[in-house]
Design a protein around this ligand. Structure first.
Ligand code: ADP
Length: 776
């Protein structure tokens, strides 16, 4: 082990005694000095020795001989060196020579052979030179003191301090590290050698002025022990410090308490969260200690009291069971008792009677909070009002049931027209030359097809409205044209039922800002219903009146009427008064829903009235009108276009469904055009190139190449730029139309296409080169 000479200096103050001894021996008589010297040597529990001015022993040294076992002969001259531990010998020799030449005080620490114990012992050596009267050196006097026990104790202390988990540092009064244990060096992230002797504030300048800084200064200034916890950001750590003032500075024990602090903080946060949770849902969370009967349950009691009218007093001792639905009471009581006796958590749903006399669905969850040993310390409970959820579940079930019913009815309604259409076809085949029968069959089939188209259109419209995707194409509309359109659409049914239709319109034109097609749809739906729900031969009135800023149109009939309780619900989706009865009349219960939605989209309202079954029905529609001076009426293009005679066109029909393609081809031929068929997209491009049609009707979903891609490729050709491209598809959503536009189509028609629409389209193509075409 290497020795620290500085440390040895502070161990005791023997050197001053030695110095004093030397001074006195110089001043007094030799004899007195000799006496004192021998007395001192005898008294000191140390080795006292003398050498000549060259460091050589020139006379016997009794205490040296006793300690080292060296005989006078062995120690004389520089022989004493042999008693020193071989590892320390050279160092001691060098130090001794240096002292001799500089005449300065000698000091060293070393191991010296100890004859009695036959081992080396640690000694500290001090020596001074005694001058003679002529200014030379008379002799050197030295002393060795055995510090082995002290040394061992220090080593033991060092081992203890080195192994403890706390950090220990000692500063002197200039804040220099004079001791740092292993743990402290590790935490400070420095080697001990780099710390010892340097000021803490120099090594950690960012700590100057912080809490720790203030505390150590205070401990030193006021000489008091300070205990402190502080956070040191650069280490991201919390320390608990015990700061002790010492005679030569300050000693600090520190423990890293970051983990403890973090868990305290987690605990505090979770506590705060729990409090906030309790506060946020204070009405329904509670805690209860069965031992002390204490807990946080006032809020829940108050909530319960407001809900049920039960005072906190009557809620006690299972008193709360009183307001539980009689059918649920025993079950809840049993579950509660079981939870309390088995200390298991409880989850139970029940109904309670409220102050207002209605029942609400509540869900109670109660969870035991256990001690470490497993015993239940308290219970935490929560009550959740499930009424709304249960109501919504019931509503969902009902909606689901209605949806199933609706689907069944839809299948029925779509299938219904198919039988007469099939029979009609058979009739036409059998009729031969009987033109009257054929015409009759054809009329009937047209009506059935119209009914199917109407159903699917209504469904699509409703889907669009409910997704907010139905857009009105508003323009200035004269109300008379709305009426005309609606009547035209319903006339076949009215005539088939031999109803008397009375229409009354004021002479002055009434102008609206609206979508003609959609407004006509409103009144054709109402007239259609009147025709459906009025026995044959009955009467129907459509009366239009102008009332200030509104037009009030009334559709009245002498039909089966509507029961009073149904009047408010009749506009709801899928609502029908009597399914069993209505089935025969056809319908899905969406016509009136559409009516109301469309009227409201036009800023109006609609109401239904009836004096009851068989007393007829009345539907009143209010719509805002344009009140400013009437501007000239733009006639609707569709009304104007009727009766065009089309010139012949070269038309390519692209359709993978063979029958549909053939029928279309036949129809177009009959209309005076020159059609040709292609059965998929690839064939379409080839045929178009060879045939150079004026118009292509292109299906979208097709094998090999779909309609969009086929259209794109045709548009890329020099000959394909001017062709009128018409998408003919079952997909009618806005997004589908958008894709058609992007692919280069001029029109997007939805199957089945009304032949009248085809006619108009083709007629316009011939008559209005380059102008946009308006379709009905
Ligand atoms: P649908 O007629 O397809 O069943 P609607 O939504 O048009 O559906 O009508 C909903 C229900 O309102 C009908 O099923 C019918 O019961 C009743 N209703 C509608 N219009 C009349 C009317 N003019 N006379 C009697 N009942 C009617």
């Amino acid at each position: 082990m290497a020795y620290s000479e500085e440390r040895s200096l502070s161990i005791n103050n023997l050197p001053s005694q030695v110095r004093e001894t030397a001074m006195h021996s110089h001043d007094r008589t030799l004899r007195e000095s000799e006496k004192r010297y021998h007395a001192l040597v005898a008294a000191a529990a140390a080795i006292v020795w003398t050498t000549d001015s060259n460091g050589a022993i020139i006379e016997p040294q009794s205490s040296w001989e006793r300690f080292t076992g060296q005989a006078w002969e062995q120690s004389r001259g520089w022989g004493w060196k042999e008693a020193i531990h071989p590892d320390d010998r050279e160092r001691v020799k060098a130090l001794w020579e240096k002292a001799l030449s500089s005449r300065s005080m000698y000091r060293s620490a070393q191991r010296l052979w100890h004859a009695p114990s036959q081992s080396y012992r640690h000694v500290e050596v001090w020596a001074v030179c005694i001058p003679d009267s002529s200014g030379g050196i008379k002799q050197w006097v030295g002393i060795c003191s055995d510090v082995t026990d002290l040394k061992r104790a220090e080593e033991r202390l060092e081992a203890v301090l080195g192994s403890i988990n706390d950090h220990l540092v000692c500063y002197d009064r200039q804040w220099r590290y004079i001791y740092v244990n292993d743990k402290a060096a590790e935490v400070l992230g420095r080697r001990k050698e780099d710390l010892i002797g340097r000021s803490i504030w120099e090594i950690f300048p960012d700590a100057v002025g912080n809490e720790y800084y203030r505390a150590v200064h205070e401990a030193l200034a006021e000489q008091k022990i300070i205990r402190q916890e502080h956070y040191y950001p650069p280490f991201r750590a919390w320390f608990q410090n015990h700061i002790y003032p010492t005679p030569d500075g300050v000693t600090v024990f520190s423990a890293d308490i970051t983990r403890r602090k973090e868990s305290e903080q987690r605990l505090r946060r979770s506590e705060a969260r729990y409090r906030a949770l309790l506060e946020a849902s204070s009405q329904s969370i509670w805690t209860w200690n069965p031992e002390t009967l204490e807990g946080d349950y006032e809020a829940v009691q108050r909530w319960w009291e407001t809900l049920t009218g039960q005072s906190p007093f009557s809620q006690k001792d299972l008193g709360w069971l009183e307001v539980i639905h009689p059918e649920d009471r025993d079950r809840v009581s049993a579950a509660w008792t079981e939870a309390m006796t088995t200390a298991n958590k409880l989850e139970v749903e029940y109904r309670i009677r409220t102050l207002a006399g209605e029942y609400r669905h509540l869900l109670s969850r109660v969870v035991p909070v256990r001690e470490e040993g497993g015993a239940v310390r308290e219970w935490v409970g929560m009550i959740i009002d499930m009424t709304e959820q249960r109501r919504q579940e019931a509503a969902l079930k009902e909606a689901d049931r209605r949806k199933d019913e609706f689907l069944a009815m839809l299948a029925h309604e779509l299938r219904n027209p198919l039988a007469p259409i099939r029979n009609g076809l058979e009739l036409i085949r059998l009729a031969g030359d009987d033109a009257a029968t054929r015409e009759q069959a054809q009329g009937m089939m047209e009506r059935q097809v119209a009914q199917m188209v109407r159903l699917t259109d209504d469904l699509l419209d409703l889907a669009r409205i409910s997704q907010g995707r139905l857009e009105l194409r508003k323009e200035q509309v004269e109300f008379a044209s709305v009426v005309r359109s609606a009547v035209e659409a319903t006339r076949p049914l009215i005539e088939a039922n031999r109803h008397e239709l009375h229409i009354s319109l004021p002479p002055a034109p009434i102008l609206l800002e609206g979508d003609l097609t959609r407004l006509a749809q409103v009144f054709s739906n109402l007239l259609n219903n009147s025709a459906k729900y009025t026995e044959p031969g009955g009467r129907i009135w459509l009366t239009v009146e102008r009332q200030e800023a509104a037009v009030v149109a009334t559709v009245r009939d002498t039909g089966i009427g509507i029961p009073g309780e149904m009047l408010s619900r009749i506009f709801e989706m899928f609502t029908q008064v009597d399914r069993s009865l209505e089935k025969a009349r056809g319908g899905l219960g969406i016509g009136l829903t559409l009516v109301r939605q469309l009227v409201e989209m036009h800023g109006g309202r609609v109401e239904a009235r009836s004096e009851g079954p068989d007393r007829g029905s009345l539907f009143i529609v209010h719509l805002p009108v344009i009140t400013a001076a009437a501007s000239p009426l733009h006639p609707t293009p569709s009304a104007e276009k009727k009766g065009f005679s089309p010139p012949g066109h070269r038309i390519l029909v692209v359709e993978d469904h063979e029958d549909s393609a053939k029928i279309m081809e036949m129809m177009l031929k009959k209309m005076g055009h020159a059609p040709r068929i292609a059965y998929d997209g690839v064939e379409a491009i080839e045929a178009a190139e060879a045939f150079r049609p004026d118009v292509i009707f292109l299906d979208i979903g097709m094998p090999r190449l779909n309609g969009y891609d086929a259209a794109r490729r045709i548009r890329e050709q020099p000959w394909g730029k001017k062709i009128l491209l018409v998408a003919l598809t079952g997909w009618g959503q806005e997004a589908d139309k958008c894709r058609s536009r992007e692919a280069g189509f001029d029109f997007h028609l939805i199957k089945p296409v009304d032949p009248a629409v085809l006619n108009t389209l083709l007629a316009e193509l011939g008559s209005a080169e380059g102008k946009p075409i308006d379709l009905p």
